[in-house]
Design a protein around this ligand. Sequence first.
Ligand SMILES: Nc1ncnc2c1ncn2[C@@H]1O[C@H](COP(=O)(O)OP(=O)(O)OP(=O)(O)O)[C@@H](O)[C@H]1O
Ligand SMILES: [Mg+2]
Length: 405
Amino acid sequence: MKINVLLISKHSSNLAAIRGMIDDEDIAVIGQSSGGTDALERIDNLSPDIIIMTLGAGDNDVRSLTERIIFNRPRSHVILLAEYLDVDILQSALSVGAHNVIEFPKSSKDFCEYIKTVYNNESARIESLSGKQSLSWISKVITVYGAKGGIGKTTLAVNLAVKLAESRKKVALVDLDLQFGDANVFLDIVPVDTIFELAQELASPNIDLIRSYMSVHSSGVHVLCAPKSPEYAELITPEKIQSILSQLRTYYDYVIIDTSPSYNDVTITALEASSTILFLTGLDISILKNSKLSLNILRSLQQVNKVKIIVNRAVSIGSITLDDVQKLIDCPIWAKLPSDYKVAVTALNRGVPFVTGAPKSELSQAVSTVASMLLEGTEDVDTLSIKQRKKLGLMNNGRRQTNRR
Ligand SMILES: Nc1ncnc2c1ncn2[C@@H]1O[C@H](COP(=O)(O)OP(=O)(O)OP(=O)(O)O)[C@@H](O)[C@H]1O
Ligand SMILES: [Mg+2]
C-alpha cells in the first residue's frame, strides 16, 4: 500500500525541494498547496495519509492549520519541516499538538524512511485507540534455532521478520550467526556497519546508537547484520549481545534473532533472552537425532518451555511421519513448512523474501500463518484454533497432541 502525501508551503521553491526529496516506491505525492482555503479543500478531497508542511518563525497560519488537522482529521498525520530546529520552533509546534518536527532533510533515503516511520507509528496509535489492535505492546524476542546447518533458520527468520513488518509492527532482525551469518544476502543488503562495529563501542549502547548501526530493508525491517568476516566473531562478547538485545526490546515490537547451529555463549545468551524459541527440525533421522540432543540441552538450561517446534521441508516422501517426529523428540509440533526448493532458492538468489516475491506460494502461506499465530499470541499448541491447525496440516495425526513438557 502506498503512503499518500500532500505538501503544503507558501514558497514554491520549498514545494519543489521537498518533492525532489521523495523518491520511494511506497510513497506517492498526491498534491501540493500554498496553504489557506486551498489547503483545506485539498485535504478534504484527497484525504492524504501524511501532510508535510514547512514551519518558520511566526508562521501562525501553519500552526493553526496543524491544530485543525490534528483535531479534525486524525488519520492525516502531520510532519513539520523547519529550516532550523530551535527551541522556539519546537515549542510552537508542540503547543498545537504536533510532534513530528524535523529540520529540512539532507538525504532523500533518510527522509523517506522518516515518512514511513511516522505513518506506521501514527497509524498504529490510531488503531490501538479505536480498539482494533491487540493491547499487547510488550516486545517479543523470537529466536530461530535448529540443531543442524542448512535446516532453514535464516529462511524462516528473514521471511517471518518481513511478514511481521507488513502488519505495521516495528521489527528488528539480528543476525547472531556471527561467523557465517547471511541474513543480509537473503535481503539483498550490503551493510555499511554490522554488529561487529557496534560491539566496538565502549559504553553500553543506547537504542539510538544501536539503530545507527542497523540497515533498513525496504519492508521496514531493521537489520543488525553479522560481521563482514568470520574472525571478528570472537571479539563480540555475550555481555555485549545481552545489552544490545535488552535495548532493542525497548523500541521494537518484535526482535527476531537468527542463529548458528551450534551451542555457543552467544546462542545461549539469545535463547535465554527470548520469549519464544522457534526450533526448526526436519523429517530425516540425522536432524531428528540432533534435535533430540539439542532439546535435552534446552531442557537442562530450563528454556524448553519457550520452544515451538516447526518441521521444515515437511514432505512425506520418506518413511518418517509427523507422528514419528513427535514421538522421537518428545515435543508437540507447533507448525510445519512445506518443501519448495524453487520458491526458496529463487527468493534467496534474487534477495527478495518469498513472502513478498511469491506471496501466494504454499511456503509463504505457511510462514504467514506462523506470523499470524505469533501476532495473535496463539503460542501454546493446545490453544490453536481448528482453522489454524487445519491450515498447518496438523489435523491428521490421528490423536490429540498433548504437551508432555
Ligand atoms: N521449506 C524449504 N523448501 C525448500 N528449500 C528450503 C526450505 N527452507 C530452506 N530452504 C533452502 O535451504 C537452504 C538452507 O536454508 P537456510 O540458509 O535458511 O538454512 P540455515 O539453517 O540458516 O543454514 P545455516 O545453518 O548454514 O545458517 C537454502 O538454500 C534455502 O533456500
Ligand atoms: Mg543461516
